[in-house]
Design a protein around this ligand. Structure first.
Ligand SMILES: *Cc1c(COP(=O)(O)O)cnc(C)c1O
Length: 599
């Protein structure tokens, strides 16, 4: 879990019991805690922190110097530092501010609040509960998002560097007075646009420093609340773990935290795993194949690798191969949609005979788009060892686990205690954030074996240029930092930062309902007319009428060796329950096309 440094000086602890109970529930991890000048026995904050957290920086004075990484520079690099300064901690606020922390001042009356504000607090409130309410914080892990809401806004107001205009975000100095309203109270929108076209200098004369919602480009219609996290500029350009960083408006710390949660979920140590948040499964596939192409080429003295992928792989794989000029062989599939290992073996033998030194890039599907079939990775790995490594060749494996990557470590289709990197020579795993996880922000994650990445991007060997001060090994350049917050919130909401108990519950719910769907559908059409691969949450059955396809957003499915039947597919996720399945079955039974398939 991401660390939140909380600084609480002479405390109003009695009025903030909820904060303590959050600590006790271990939902917020406070690893740096400064009890500035208050060592009174029985201080409940201190007790709670001591009991539930590992590190306690206890120092009567100058506590910040003990916070690792809290020099001016580092704090900016790593700034989800939160300082909650209470009442007469004058020096505390000033120091925290100059250390680059986000400072929330707590004071009991107006005079105190004004004083804290003038000392540099980014926000003030009368109690911690007020802070939580003000920022709509419902769970304690969300406390770590506060600095983004407050501190980033503060940077926006001071920024003169880096060529981003922040036009969307500007407020305060450039704020425009609301347009005059007509008699009926509706703003004259055209008039407002005319005003804008005058020039900023002129509009500045109309400025009112009320810190309200008005701005050059109003966005309330999009549901974006002024001052909310969706309202600040957050750009995670580059590789999240890169020390060098030109952009202060970033949430890279939380991005690394997402990778940490995946490491936990996959039971792989964080040292062994690297990664970043992608724009989705497609970028993950592209990047995984890109890195592996270059790695294999370098490892094999300049030979172009050949990719082996099944004929049911997602089209993003062939698209990436085109972009990256990787030659490929399509391997046929079994009736359930998983890779045909017999054909894979024949292909491997034929390559080893004709081009024994050709490196192999193996792409496996952990859940195909059409049927959710999982390729038999242990069997594929054995074949690769037998026909590639044992004959002196090299291979690597990329896993496309767009949807199933979320549940793979829970359903464990290949058995317990599996480390994909170590046991199957997997180098990268691409997962979508908006499929099983259901993030409304379109995003994904690419997990990579850290040893592989180090070899891949060894600075001397590859000669990466640090011209711009950025060591960017991601495909895209600027990346959404808000997506990171959103996905982080999703992961924590599923308790991936602790024991993933809610994710496990969700998975169990989906499996139960998938079983129920299979049972009901096989009563109607019979199992032989259905496709339901082992461990899949997807079920295919004879395609009903177009009307029904539309009504239930069914996926049209065509299987390579089944051109006799047209299928439709469902994916039973958390939004589907037994009632909906029952309704579906009633409709299916009545459907004029589906009727012809009934037993
Ligand atoms: C959806 C999907 C992708 C692409 O993911 P996006 O997040 O849509 O880019 C890749 N592979 C498989 C198997 C998929 O189902």
């Amino acid at each position: 879990m991401r660390e939140v440094a909380v600084f609480i000086a002479p405390c109003l602890y009695d009025s903030n019991k909820s904060f303590v109970s959050g600590l006790q529930k271990n939902e917020i991890s406070v690893t740096r805690f400064d009890v500035y000048a208050d060592k009174k026995e029985g201080n409940p904050y201190l007790e709670a922190v001591k009991k539930h957290n590992k590190i306690v920086a206890e120092s009567p004075e100058g506590g910040f110097s003990q916070f690792k990484g809290c020099s001016n520079h580092d704090a900016i690099e790593d700034y989800n530092f939160l300082c909650i300064a209470i009442e007469d901690s004058t020096r505390g606020v000033t120091r925290a501010h100059s250390s680059g922390m986000c400072v929330i001042g707590i004071g009991s009356n107006e005079i105190e609040l004004n004083r804290l504000m003038s000392q540099g607090a980014h926000a003030v409130a009368k109690s911690i509960s007020d802070v939580l309410q003000m920022f709509k914080i419902h769970n304690y892990y969300q406390v770590q998002y506060l600095p983004y809401a407050i501190y980033l806004r503060d940077i926006v107001n001071r920024k003169v560097g880096y060529p981003v205009s922040l036009l969307d975000t500007l407020r305060g100095r450039f704020m425009i007075v609301p347009p005059e309203t007509d008699d009926d109270g509706i703003a004259d929108i055209d008039q407002e646009l005319d005003d804008l076209s005058i020039s900023l200098d002129q509009s500045e004369r109309k400025v009112e420093l009320n810190n309200g919602a008005n701005r050059i480009i109003p966005r309330e219609v999009l549901g974006i609340e002024p001052g909310s996290l969706a309202d600040v500029y957050i750009n995670n350009v580059g590789w999240p773990q890169d020390k060098i960083n030109n952009i202060h408006f970033n949430s890279r710390g939380l991005e690394m935290d997402c990778i940490r949660m995946f490491a936990k979920l996959y039971e792989i140590s964080y040292d062994e795993m690297r990664g970043f948040l992608t724009s989705g499964g497609t970028e993950g596939n592209f990047c995984g194949l890109w890195w592996q192409r270059d790695y294999l080429k370098r490892k094999s003295g300049g030979r172009d690798p050949i990719i082996l992928t099944s004929n049911l792989s997602h089209y993003s794989v062939s698209k990436a191969c085109q972009q990256l000029c990787i030659e490929g062989r399509l391997i046929s599939t079994l009736p359930d949609g998983s890779m045909n290992c017999e054909e894979l073996e024949r292909t491997l033998i034929s390559i080893s005979e004709s081009e024994p030194e050709r490196p192999i890039l193996m792409q496996v599907n952990i859940g195909t788009t059409m049927t959710g079939a999982i390729d038999d990775l242990p069997a594929i790995h054995s074949l690769l060892v037998k026909h590639v490594s044992n004959r002196g060749g090299i291979f690597t494996v990329h896993m496309d686990a767009a949807l199933t990557g979320a549940i793979l470590p829970i359903i464990k289709p290949f058995g317990d205690n599996i480390n994909y990197f170590r046991d199957f020579n997997v180098k990268t795993i691409a997962i979508s954030g908006h499929k099983f996880f259901g993030s409304v922000c379109i995003c994904g994650v690419l997990l990579a074996c850290s040893e592989f990445l180090e070899e891949c991007f060894n600075q001397q060997e590859v000669g990466v240029k640090y011209l711009t001060g950025l060591h960017d090994i991601t495909p895209s350049g600027s990346r959404s930092g808000f997506n990171v917050l959103s996905f982080h919130n999703t992961l924590c909401g599923l308790y991936c930062h602790t024991d993933a108990r809610r994710l496990k519950d969700v998975v169990a719910h989906c499996i139960r309902n998938t079983d129920y769907f299979v049972e009901r559908m096989s009563e109607l059409v019979g199992e032989e007319k259905m496709i339901h691969p082992l461990f899949s949450l997807q079920v295919c059955f004879p395609r009903p009428s177009e009307k029904m396809m539309q009504k239930y957003s069914l996926m049209p499915v065509t299987m390579p060796d089944r051109d006799d039947v047209e299928f439709a597919g469902v994916c039973i996720l958390i939004n589907v329950d037994k009632t909906r399945i029952d309704e579906f079955m009633v409709d299916y039974k009545k459907d004029e096309v589906a009727k012809t398939f009934l037993k």
